[in-house]
Design a protein around this ligand. Sequence first.
Ligand code: HEC
Length: 170
Amino acid sequence: MKKAKKAILVTITAMTAVTMTAAVLAQGGGRRPNPDQTAVQFREALMTVIGGTAVPLILMQRGRMPYNADVVAKDAMNLTTLAGMIPDAFERDTSSSTVKTMALPVVWQNHDEFLMTAGKLKTQVEALDMAVKGGSQDDIKTAIMNVGAVCNQCHMKFRQNPQGGGGGGR
Ligand code: HEC
């Protein structure tokens, strides 16, 4: 288990490095990219994709979007990968940088807890994936609720609340 996790992390680290390199190359133009800016852009992009993937699930769970088993299955699978990318995406401590971010300094002051919460998201999306395979709509809805609860839990503690508050789906 521990070994497998480590192997996955190594793979993700390699993947992130490739993505970061692509981002750096894409900037081109001779202007040296600010590494804090690159880190913030990367993790916000990751969160945007996580949000866009999770929102349909949450809407279905709340009955505000018709249930579609194929969408749930695909989103659950994608979220498993995306959740595993959170630790690397938040590795760089930007708390003393002037780059605008909603990540609170506590992300790095209390990094073990942050990583634990990221791990919890991964566990819950894996549980959702299992529920999807099991096929019970009740189990799937409960699993989606559990996923949403971890989004909220992390945002409450580690993210500056956007005006009007909320968290969860956002
Ligand atoms: C381990 C902590 C953690 C978990 C779990 C987490 N988030 Fe986030 N999220 C953050 C932090 C921190 C930010 C602020 C990032 C920044 O501004 O640098 C954020 C930002 C966001 C944003 C705003 C992105 C932007 O810049 O516009 C969205 C949307 C979002 N999260 C959705 C979600 C959803 C949906 C889930 C659950 C499926 C989730 N997050 C789970 C920590 C987390």
